[in-house]
Structures are given as structure tokens and as C-alpha cells.
Design a protein. Structure first.
Length: 261
């Protein structure tokens, strides 16, 4: 693997391990105090770097040591988050603590003034990207919910895309993580200590993050990712910690929208 000289000089002669958790298509190299993320250079990788700079000092996001692009690849060298992933066994065995930490993470995102946000991920923008993904064969049909397509579901991707355009909900704009899944949130006990994988971050409906967090919790507790299930999943616990009633229509909408990404 050829790494740009500037980044190589910052990690030379250091041992690392490869992160195998999460659904990222990037290669993640974890050093003692740094993390190197290597992926395809795209608007999403540029946005991740842009949002980290924008949120420095406002939220617990990694510090950027270097960001380089070369030969269609992006190389982001950043600080390592403190704490544990929200899908760590310590959290999975203590769902009340886990949900308090996740609620803290969501509330901190929502507290950010979005008037000068450099990234807009509102529904019109997301649907245009979803349409591009469908037209260019970029949807991973091997990683969708079992009932999304086929009998009782949508006929195909185009059918789902039409439904999404026809059923756009009213948005409650906040700073959205964009992929608020358990491996992308770090905590220390009941407080969030880090956010990672910020390429989809920007202004969006608050229910986007709630929906993807709810889906991620459901999958992690059912054993889809861990290979074993946990028995303490309460699908209302997160909402109680947030102090809101679940909007199941919006939750379903944003889970369906994410099927096209």
C-alpha cells in the first residue's frame, strides 16, 4: 500500500490493527493514538474532512492531522476517539446506559447552530443522490432489509424511489450525523465522547438520525452484526431518554431512504 509522503511521515514505524467493525467501505488502520482512513476519493470524503474542521471545538469529533488525495483515493489521518463504541459489549449489556449516551449524542448534535453549516443534506439533496445511485447501479441489494423488495414490499429500486418522492415528510432541520449507527458513536459511560464516519453529515431532518439509530440498535440486539443476540432490547427506551414520542412513519421513511445508499 502506497501512502502519501506527508501522512507516511506521521505514522512511520508504528504498528497498527485493522478495524473490522461497521459497514464502512474504507480501510481503517488503528494506531495507538491515531486512525488512518483510506477510501475512494469522493464528495463524501471531502465533506467528512470539511465537517470535522467546522465542528472542531464544538463537538467531540476527531482532530485532523492530515488529509491527502492521490490516484482516486483519500487518506484521512485523525486522532483516535476516547471511550467505547456504542456497540461494545459493555453498552450492549447495559441498554439503559447505552440509550442515555446515544440520547446525549443526538441532543448535542441538535444543539449546534446550523445557520452557517457548510453541508446541506436535506431531503431534496438526499433524493437526488438516491436517484443517481439507482440510475448508476450503485445500490447494494445484498444489504437491504428482507421485506423492502419483493412480495409485500416494493417492486424494485425505481418503485421505492418514486414512493420516496411522493411521500416526502416535513423536515425538522438540525445538524444530522447522517449515519448515526452504533459503531459510529463513542461514549464514556452516559456521555458521548466521539463521532466518526461524518461523510453524510449536514443539515437534515432530526428523524433521519433517530431512524438509523433505532435500526442499528435493533440489528445489534438481534445478533445480525455480533453473531449473538441480546435479550434486553426495549424499542421505546431511546425515545424515553430523548423525551419524545416515536414517529413511526418518519422512522420507516428514513430507513427506506437509506436502502438506496
Amino acid at each position: 500500500m502506497i501512502i502519501p509522503e506527508k501522512i507516511s511521515s506521521l505514522i512511520s514505524d508504528k504498528t497498527y490493527q485493522t478495524d473490522e467493525i461497521g459497514m464502512s467501505q474504507s480501510s481503517i488502520l488503528i494506531f495507538d493514538e491515531k486512525v488512518l482512513k483510506i477510501g475512494t476519493h469522493s464528495e463524501e470524503s471531502d465533506n467528512e474532512c470539511r465537517m470535522m474542521k467546522y465542528l472542531y471545538g464544538k463537538l467531540p469529533v476527531p482532530v485532523i492531522y492530515a488529509y491527502e488525495t492521490a490516484d482516486g483515493k483519500s487518506y484521512l489521518l485523525m486522532s483516535k476517539c476516547e471511550g467505547r463504541m456504542a456497540c461494545d459489549d459493555e453498552y450492549m449489556h447495559h441498554p439503559s446506559v447505552q440509550c442515555r449516551m446515544l440520547a446525549d449524542g443526538l441532543k448535542k448534535l441538535w444543539s449546534i447552530d446550523i445557520s452557517d453549516s457548510p453541508s446541506n443534506m436535506s431531503l431534496p439533496c438526499k433524493l437526488k443522490q438516491a436517484e443517481y445511485n439507482v440510475l448508476n447501479g450503485l445500490v447494494d441489494l445484498n444489504n437491504v432489509e428482507p421485506d423492502t423488495f419483493g412480495e409485500g414490499g416494493f417492486k424494485d429500486q425505481e418503485d421505492l424511489l418514486r414512493w420516496l418522492y411522493q411521500n416526502m415528510p416535513e423536515e425538522e432541520p438540525v445538524l444530522s450525523h447522517g449515519d448515526f449507527c452504533l459503531p459510529n458513536v463513542f461514549g464514556m459511560k452516559e456521555r458521548v465522547s466521539g463521532y466518526i464516519d461524518l461523510g453524510k453529515m449536514g443539515i437534515a431532518d432530526k428523524w433521519c438520525d433517530i431512524a438509523l439509530c433505532y435500526r442499528s440498535m435493533s440489528h445489534n440486539y438481534s445478533g445480525r452484526y455480533h453473531g449473538r443476540s441480546y435479550t434486553d432490547f426495549d424499542d421505546l427506551l431511546l425515545f424515553r431518554e430523548l423525551g419524545i414520542e416515536p414517529d413511526w412513519e418518519k422512522i420507516r421513511y428514513y430507513i427506506l431512504l437509506d436502502e438506496l445508499f
